[in-house]
Design a protein around this ligand. Structure first.
Ligand SMILES: Nc1ncnc2c1ncn2[C@@H]1O[C@H](COP(=O)(O)OP(=O)(O)OP(=O)(O)O)[C@@H](O)[C@H]1O
Ligand SMILES: [Mg+2]
Length: 275
């Protein structure tokens, strides 16, 4: 395991993920209705929408935390049926939650391998390979952020940006190819937000695909290649960032106004036009 493995070849013209006709209801609440969306290697797709629009539900289905009612999800052109998060992780799908889910009392190395430590069994005991974990952690973190050297500092003493680095390094270490980032910049200052932007560029260059959930229109425009807007469980609009203004996107979020729908990374579709 060396952290970063070769990724889908964009030249093969195949998305990392293709979501087709996915719906999900909780009792009488239609959280998702007929959602179509794809994600390509090296692409960041910003997922926008008001509270309750369905963003988290869609991402939780992709991450194996919820099961869909209908529809198809394909990873590397193969249909997948995730029953639990470990199924999605085995396909290279990792989620970085807003809370980052780091253990505050442990350092970067321990957090990187938390629950998936490297070691071996000795009778009833499990022996951890500390030096190997340290070396791997150092390699993965320095690839992402050469300035990060606080490998042995408890996470509670790290800045928000440093914590974000560890959370991202953890996903990369476990060979994420598809990253779901939930509000990665919500708790960060401008400098740290910039650093997360640099991390995202790094991941894009490695060919990862990223779904970026955020309420911050400015950040989404800065960080994404394409945005999609959800409302009442549906995707009501989308476009490449260079083709829309923030005001147009705000219109989509608020009113569901829909100048263009780009649920697929291959082009911009007009509203109502079928794929
Ligand atoms: N586990 C659940 N049980 C019942 N209803 C749920 C559940 N999860 C989500 N919902 C409902 O599904 C709809 C979509 O919720 P979801 O959490 O996906 O929205 P969201 O776009 O992520 O919102 P937010 O921006 O507030 O995070 C909402 O009406 C919500 O109340
Ligand atoms: Mg949510």
């Amino acid at each position: 395991m060396n952290g970063i493995r070769p990724l889908s070849d964009p030249a093969r013209n195949q998305p990392l993920v293709r979501i087709t006709g996915v719906s999900k209801a909780f009792g009488g609440v239609h959280a998702l209705e007929d959602v179509n969306l794809d994600l390509w290697p090296g692409e960041v797709v910003g997922v926008l929408g008001h509270n309750g629009a369905g963003k988290s539900t869609l991402m939780k289905i992709l991450a194996g935390a919820y099961e869909r009612d209908t529809g198809v999800i394909e990873v590397d052109d193969r249909p997948v049926d995730f029953r639990k998060p470990a199924d999605a992780q085995a396909c290279g799908i990792e989620t970085i939650h807003q809370s980052l889910a780091l253990a505050d009392n442990l350092d970067a190395v321990s957090n990187l391998f938390l629950g998936r430590e490297i070691g071996w069994r000795l009778g009833p005991f499990r022996v951890m390979d500390g030096p190997q974990m340290h070396d791997l952690a150092k390699r993965v973190i320095s690839q992402l952020n050469p300035n990060f050297t606080a490998l042995t500092v408890p996470c509670r003493d790290l800045s928000g940006g440093q914590r974000q680095t560890i959370a991202i390094a953890r996903a990369v270490q476990f060979q994420a190819r598809i990253l779901i980032m939930d509000e990665p910049t919500a708790a960060l200052g401008p400098q740290e937000t910039e650093m997360v932007g640099e991390l995202i560029q790094e991941l894009k260059q490695k060919g990862l695909g990223i779904f970026l959930i955020s309420h911050d229109l400015h950040d989404v425009f800065e960080l994404s290649d394409r945005i999609v807007v959800m409302k009442n469980g549906r995707i009501v609009g989308g476009a490449r960032v260079e083709d829309v203004t923030q005001d147009e996107v705000l219109g989509m979020i608020v009113a569901g106004n829909c100048p263009a729908v780009a649920t697929a990374g291959t082009g911009v579709l007009q509203a109502g036009e079928s794929q």
